[in-house]
Design a protein around this ligand. Structure first.
Ligand SMILES: *Cc1c(COP(=O)(O)O)cnc(C)c1O
Length: 434
């Protein structure tokens, strides 16, 4: 069970406010490092194991650097994610490129970096050959179709629990055919990959997925007469967003995968397979928070608390109705005897971080800590209503803090518009040619 405690005290938050105004996302370096170490330990039984952090979850070079120091690689799916990873020093087998509907520029970039390329479709074999050439190692992404039952996602939002409805991956026949054609074009070692369910709270997800992929690997290596050396369990390991929700035990997950490995791959003579993962949410989700200030209160048919943050800073509640726990800093032990809707200022009625939430009495100026924004939080930010994306702060292991992304300014927001005829009015006193 997980009780929800902030990793930041009110005093620490006040300290940071001296340099960085709210709203900002803050990340806990210590938590991220310790979690990464647990994962590497849980899979240390597997010789070639590597976690490839899903960059889309938290695309910040400081975070990628921390994970690199902990032995992780990166999972990219776009040109800019590849650029970001390259800047941090990732190269070759430290990069997994799991994209879909891939533009040729992106594929070329991945090939140029020597990344492991994961093909989403059988038609990508010829595409890869044409735009970048077929490398020695290639992965293919599997879609078993039908439904994948492990219906334990708390969010009630398991995008990928009906693989038959998901746009990703290919059928088993297409995998075999792709492997044969890749082999004919010079590939020598192969990997398989699948992502079947999102935000799973179950120590059984990876083991069940592993069993499916291990059996598939045994069949494919015979059917296509190829050497399958890598099995990528992708992402989907979830975190408890709600208090009292059970938590995944990464050691039980690692052990569950090991049992399937011993049972299926070892007897098939495939004990040299390296296990890869591409977790995003589980890597950084709980080690991030959105810190915001209560700036207004409103009493109509319900009680509202208005924040200086909005859905542009954290889209999950508006987009999925996702629960994010809230703590009022400095009132951790106060009774939760008030019912509020905690809202942002977008002209959209779904811009609510919490609906009918029991919280302590909130006063204007209180610091509102929104939990678990470390993955798919800031990264999903957008600029609707001209709202500017907030800063990102790293709470370092030594207790210091560091601004790792500044807040956007109006200039950032306007940077792509053509203001030539209006420049003096927009930015008085600034040089037109800069
Ligand atoms: C999004 C994604 C991940 C990470 O998913 P999480 O749910 O954050 O673990 C991993 N691999 C691929 C291909 C993805 O698209």
């Amino acid at each position: 069970m997980m009780d929800k405690k902030p990793f930041l005290t009110e005093a620490q938050a006040q300290q940071i406010l001296q340099d960085v105004p709210t709203p900002f996302h803050i990340y806990d370096e210590k938590g991220i490092r310790e979690n990464a170490r647990r994962i590497n330990e849980a899979f240390s039984w597997n010789k070639g194991f590597r976690e490839y952090f899903a960059v889309k979850a938290l695309p910040n070079p400081y975070i990628l650097q921390i994970l690199r120091e902990e032995g992780c690689g990166v999972d990219c799916s776009s040109f800019t994610e590849l650029m970001l990873s390259e800047a941090v020093g990732f190269a070759g087998e430290e990069i997994m490129f799991s994209s879909n509907q891939t533009p040729s520029e992106d594929m070329k970039k991945a090939a140029q970096l020597g990344a492991y390329i994961n093909l989403d479709d059988a038609t990508m074999v010829d595409f890869l050959d044409r735009v970048a050439g077929v490398p020695e190692t290639v992965f293919c992404r599997y879609n078993p179709g039908g439904t994948f039952s492990l219906g334990e996602s708390e969010e009630g939002f398991q995008v990928m629990d009906r693989p038959g409805e998901a746009k990703y991956g290919m059928t088993e026949e297409q995998m075999a055919d792709s492997f044969r054609r890749l082999k004919a074009k010079g590939a020598r070692t192969f990997g398989i990959h699948a992502f079947l369910a999102s935000n799973t709270i179950s120590d059984e997800y990876y083991p069940q997925l592993a069993a499916i992929l291990f059996r598939l690997a045994v069949r494919l290596s015979k059917a296509a007469d190829v050497h399958i050396k890598y099995i990528n369990l992708s992402g989907g390991v979830g975190i408890p967003y709600r208090p009292g929700q059970p938590e995944n035990n990464i050691y039980a997950i690692g052990e569950g995968v090991r049992r399937q490995f011993e049972e299926i791959l070892v007897p098939a003579g495939m004990g040299d397979v390296a296990i890869f993962t591409e977790m995003g949410r589980f890597m950084t989700g709980p080690y991030g928070a959105l810190v915001s200030t209560a700036i207004h209160e409103k009493h109509i048919y319900k009680e509202y608390i208005g924040l200086d943050a909005c859905a542009a800073n954290l889209m999950r509640p508006a987009m999925y109705g996702a629960y994010h726990h809230i703590t009022v800093l400095g009132k951790e032990d106060a009774p939760c005897d008030h019912t509020y809707d905690v809202v942002g200022g977008l002209c959209e009625n779904n811009d609510k971080f919490a609906v009918d939430r029991m919280l302590p009495r909130i006063d204007i100026g209180d610091l509102i800590y929104i939990h678990d924004t470390g993955a798919h939080g800031s990264a999903m930010g957008y600029n609707y209503n001209g709202k500017l994306r907030s800063a990102e702060v790293l709470l370092c292991t030594d207790g210091e803090h560091r601004l790792i992304r500044r807040a956007e300014t109006p200039q950032d927001y306007f940077a792509t518009l053509d203001f030539t005829p209006f420049y003096k009015e927009m930015f008085p006193g600034e040089d037109e040619k800069k």
